[in-house]
Ligand binder design. Structure first.
Ligand SMILES: *[C@@H]1O[C@H](CO)[C@@H](O)[C@H](O)[C@H]1NC(C)=O
Ligand SMILES: *[C@@H]1O[C@H](CO)[C@@H](O)[C@H](O)[C@H]1NC(C)=O
Ligand SMILES: *[C@@H]1O[C@H](CO)[C@@H](O)[C@H](O)[C@H]1NC(C)=O
Ligand SMILES: *[C@@H]1O[C@H](CO)[C@@H](O)[C@H](O)[C@H]1NC(C)=O
Length: 495
């Protein structure tokens, strides 16, 4: 073990000499040239293969080999949770997901239980399988609500689903909410008795063929066309759209743009100014994209994967100390490194990617979710927007979210006590991340994890289909029910 440590030490010095200061600033991606420049780099290759081998065997091995000891957690509770030496050998976990999720899935009322939808959605075929009588409240909301879902031509929604990513990517809440409402007991087929109207337009599914990123340029027009179409019925005009629901599940929500400056200069489209926007974007301070009646919703994480594929978070061996995988701008001279993530991700990369306690990766990996399950802290720095699906993924997989995004507002903070289940690190303190996490690991980790692993937290952040009490869609309905109560209260006061 000690010998291994010496080899690693010796070679990392050489590697610095070989690549010189230019390594990070310009040579990334041109390693061949660098190799020729320096004979000692043969040893570098050996070193790199060793590192690659060890990383493939898991960061814990690298940690163990390079330090010759256990991760410095120092919390006896933690060690008793499986971070003992056996913790480094991956536990064989039962293939099926026991008790919690099954109970969760079975809890849904038989009234609106139905077979899983076929791949080709035929919404009209679903119209008859729920009751419409009276103001019953089978979901136990603050009060009964009824929602009319407009039946728009497929070019506004279904047609976008030809790309299967639309059903599951981080913006897929627009699809999930629509689908879940269609089969939920709050849906009414009689618009005149509805409290709210849902406008099912999918705007985030337009993937750019070159970059692969969702493109929003068409969103305003598509929505406007939809509004024009439904204006043939009396309900939009009647209220100016104020009882109408629109999902804006992408970066800057109601502004329908992915870049903050352009989002702000475009603002909320005039025709949507009175509507209720269900959006993932939210800040605690004033922001033009929040200048509209809105409900903050969590970004979409596929519940099936969480509930059926993985064991509950408390059953997992956590042998990665601090984890991040995602886009990082690493060229110090690249202007986007300063703009993107306000430079936070670049700082994390520069300061901690070489630290043994941090497991920081830039490439996509199919093991992403299992990595979160194996991690104690999950870094959730801002990207283009302050929110990211990482926050949801961390909670549902039981990894303490370390939120680095000043002024971010967190979803459903009226039911999820974020202070008790996550850490917030101010952007200006990101360079001290290691010390902050170390401090928390020693002092409060067990308490935070016990709070975090409560089932109601992950339930509130997942769009379970069919809906169950307390899940992400239910929380939206409950807030709508409260709006309805408040509106009738106002009306009563005015009379
Ligand atoms: C959808 O379902 C309805 C009712 O079951 C049926 O009449 C209609 O033909 C179906 N449409 C398509 C496109 O399959
Ligand atoms: C609602 O208003 C729009 C625009 O003013 C108009 O074109 C439309 O006919 C109106 N709809 C109804 C049902 O009156
Ligand atoms: C900066 O980074 C972006 C994205 O990673 C890349 O497309 C661009 O070419 C880079 N610019 C420079 C000057 O390196
Ligand atoms: C962590 O512990 C300190 C002191 O024991 C306490 O003041 C603080 O509230 C705790 N934080 C959390 C998130 O539990």
């Amino acid at each position: 073990m000690y010998g291994m440590k010496a080899i690693l030490k010796g070679n990392s010095k050489n590697s610095r000499k070989c690549f010189g200061h230019g390594y990070l600033s310009g040579r990334y991606g041109h390693m061949d040239g660098s190799y020729r420049m320096c004979i000692r780099c043969v040893r570098m290759v050996v070193f790199l293969s060793l590192v690659t081998f060890m990383f493939n065997s898991g960061p814990e091995l690298l940690w163990l080999f390079s330090t010759g000891r256990m991760p410095p957690l120092g919390d006896s509770e933690l060690l008793s949770r499986g971070l003992t030496s056996q913790g480094y050998i991956r536990k064989v976990l039962p293939p099926s997901w026991p008790s919690v999720s099954k109970a969760l899935l079975e809890e849904s009322s038989p009234v609106y239980r139905r077979e899983l939808l076929p791949k080709e959605l035929n919404y009209s075929s679903l119209r008859t399988d729920f009751p419409t009588e009276g103001y019953s409240n089978p979901l136990n909301l603050a009060t009964g609500v009824k929602i009319y879902v407009y039946d728009l031509p497929p070019k506004f929604n279904q047609d976008w689903l030809v790309d299967s990513r639309c059903n599951s990517h981080l913006f897929a809440a627009e699809v999930a909410i629509h689908r879940i409402l269609l089969s939920s007991p709050v849906r009414t087929l009689i618009p005149s008795e509805a409290d709210f109207f849902f406008l099912p337009v999918y705007v985030s599914c337009n993937f750019n063929t070159i970059t692969g990123f969702p493109y929003l340029g068409h969103a305003r027009e598509l929505l406007q066309n939809a509004v024009q179409l439904i204006s043939k019925m009396p309900y939009w005009n009647r209220s100016g759209g104020s009882d109408h629901l629109v999902v804006a599940s992408h970066d800057y929500g109601a502004c329908f743009h992915a870049m903050e400056d352009l989002a702000i200069s475009s603002g909320v489209p005039d025709f949507l100014r009175k509507s209720i926007i269900l959006q993932t974007f939210a800040q605690n301070k004033h922001h033009p994209c929040q200048d509209v009646d809105h409900i903050q919703i969590p970004p979409y994480v596929a519940p099936i994967q969480v509930l059926q594929r993985w064991p509950p978070p408390e059953q997992h061996v956590r042998n990665i100390w601090a984890f991040f995988r995602g886009k990082m701008e690493i060229h110090p001279k690249n202007i986007s490194g300063r703009i993107y993530s306000r430079g936070i991700r670049t700082t994390i990369w520069r300061k901690f990617s070489h630290s043994k306690k941090f497991y920081i990766k830039r490439k996509k990996s199919e093991h992403y979710q299992s990595e979160i399950l194996r991690s104690i802290f999950c870094l959730c720095p801002l990207g283009w927007a302050p929110w990211s699906p990482r926050i949801v993924e961390s909670v549902v997989f039981g990894c303490v979210p370390v939120i680095i995004a000043d002024d971010i507002a967190l979803p459903y903070s009226h039911v999820i006590n974020w202070n008790k289940i996550s850490l917030t690190v101010p952007e200006r303190d990101v360079h001290k991340l290691d010390r902050i996490l170390q401090h928390v690991a020693l002092k409060n980790l067990t308490v935070i994890q016990n709070n975090l692993w409560k089932e109601e937290n992950r339930r509130a952040l997942l769009y379970i289909d069919p809906m169950v009490k307390g899940d992400a869609t239910w929380q939206i309905l409950d807030q709508l029910a409260r709006k309805k109560l408040a509106m009738s209260e106002n009306l009563r006061l005015r009379l």
